[in-house]
Design a protein around this ligand. Structure first.
Ligand code: UD1
Length: 430
């Protein structure tokens, strides 16, 4: 089982290049199935979730040709199956995007019901409500969601909760429905816009992505395209907080600063300097940071995927901070791990009360999920001494070359696969 061993204490300094957005890529890859033409997708992040989705797509007949580490050609002309295996959906929830894509194109999809997830229960009732409104019959049999329709037709859909997944999934299916669809109370995340732009580049007619009302005029056919995925705002934000927590100075390159506004605002509030460029942001933390309050909200609010990263940073900031998680109910599991590193934290329901300490100290901890895992890496980089992080498979789901990028900024971090390798690294650094 792979682990990270980290010796903390070095301020991160230098430049780091951000990869393509995982969450945009998941939607875009699924949407690529909706044309028989060959599609070129660039700036694809080389992370586990993406590679698993590509495998799932190959398993139903999509031809995937990797041109480079970050570019693929996909052809879905010979998709013979509309049924995806549980093995894939178990590994990556977002393969539920294949329901919207397959239903739109083939008017039929069979995808296993995604199970629970370690950040909370994650229902997909709104996705299904949308498909039904478009005229699909949706049933659940033997653990599969089966969605089928003679014909999909446009509809007026109101989402009860702002949901990224439901917005993207319904938008995909509606792109190839007959007539006009209006989706209200949509998610406005940059990756919703990116998937809409991708579909439009294939000939879809989607307007309003990025606002809370999306209007879609269905088309019969989608065609080939060449598309480059937007930069990952969560990866970027993670490096911004790593700079802050280690009192570093990092230029985070290949980003869209507008997508980072909520993160930037919080960094400024706690005492960092943040300089914005056309496609980069520089974060400098030259003095001790101070406390703040933060509540996670749908975009453009503060992202839930950035909650653990600010949480660990506030554990070292002067004063008491309150972090409120309003999207997922189980996203504070990392707090127990952080407490093992000396943080003073108390979790009450969806609120964490964090009293900043002068120092964290290295400990053995485990990553409870993707973003919390990355946050524990930040804590370890800022802590005194050596930290071992277990279960880093979660982190590998969404961060490309995480340890290499951190090392290039001066971090002492090693991925090890055995106790022998761990000992060797410990001897080298101690
Ligand atoms: C996406 C992101 C995830 C991020 C989340 C919130 C991807 C692949 N994942 O997840 O990283 O943390 O957005 O920004 O893009 N809900 C319902 N019914 C539904 C769907 C959602 O009640 O049918 C609720 C959820 O329980 C949650 C809220 O809506 O409380 C938002 O979830 P949603 O935006 O759908 O998250 P995901 O798309 O799963």
């Amino acid at each position: 089982m792979e682990q990270y061993i980290i010796r903390g204490g070095n301020p991160l300094v230098g430049e780091v290049e951000i990869s393509g957005a995982k969450n945009a890529a998941l939607g875009i890859l699924a949407a690529a199935i909706m044309t028989d033409d060959t599609v070129l997708i660039e700036n694809l992040p080389d992370v586990r979730d993406i590679n698993v989705l590509l495998e799932a797509m190959e398993s139903i007949g999509v031809k995937v040709e990797r041109l480079t580490r970050h570019a693929v050609l996909m052809n879905s002309e010979h998709v013979g199956e509309v049924s995806v295996e549980y093995e894939y959906i178990k590994k990556i929830r977002a393969s539920y995007y294949l329901i919207g894509a397959l239903l739109g194109k083939y008017k039929k999809a069979e995808v296993p019901l995604p199970g629970g997830c370690n950040i909370g229960s994650r229902p997909i009732d709104l996705h299904l409500k949308g498909f039904k409104a478009l005229g699909a019959k949706v049933s659940i049999r033997n653990g599969f969601i089966i969605a089928e329709a003679e014909n999909l037709h446009g509809s007026h859909i109101f989402l009860d909760t702002v949901s990224v997944g439901a917005t993207i999934n319904i938008m995909m299916a509606a792109s190839m429905a007959e007539g006009y669809t209006i989706i209200e109370n949509c998610a406005r995340e940059p990756h919703v816009v990116d998937v809409a732009n991708f579909l439009n580049s294939m000939g879809a007619n989607i307007k309003g992505a990025g606002t809370d009302v999306i209007r879609i005029r269905g088309v019969q056919k989608l065609h080939k395209t060449e598309y480059s995925i937007i930069p990952d705002q969560i990866e970027a934000g993670t490096f911004m907080f790593a700079a802050a927590a280690t009192k570093g100075d990092v230029m985070v390159k290949n980003v869209i600063p507008k997508h980072l506004e909520a993160t930037t605002a919080k960094l400024l509030e706690i005492g960092c300097e943040v300089e914005e460029f056309d496609n980069a942001v520089r974060v400098v933390a030259s003095k001790r940071l101070h406390s703040t309050n933060v509540k996670t909200l749908p975009y453009p609010g503060y992202p839930t995927d950035m909650q653990p990263q600010i949480g660990v940073t506030l554990a070292l900031a002067e004063g008491t901070s309150i972090v409120t998680e309003s999207i997922f109910e189980n996203r504070f599991k990392y707090m127990d791990e952080l407490a093992r590193m000396g943080a003073v934290v108390r979790v009450e329901g969806n609120t964490a009360i964090i009293t900043g300490v002068d120092k964290l100290s290295g400990a053995r901890v485990s990553a409870p999920d993707l973003r919390a895992g990355a946050a524990l890496v930040i804590a370890a980089l800022a802590a005194e001494g050596v930290t071992t992080i277990d279960d880093i498979i979660y982190i590998q789901r969404g961060y490309e070359c995480f340890e290499e990028k951190l090392r290039s900024l001066g971090a002492e971090i090693e991925k090890v696969n055995s106790e022998k390798e761990a000992q060797k690294f410990r001897l080298r650094i101690c």
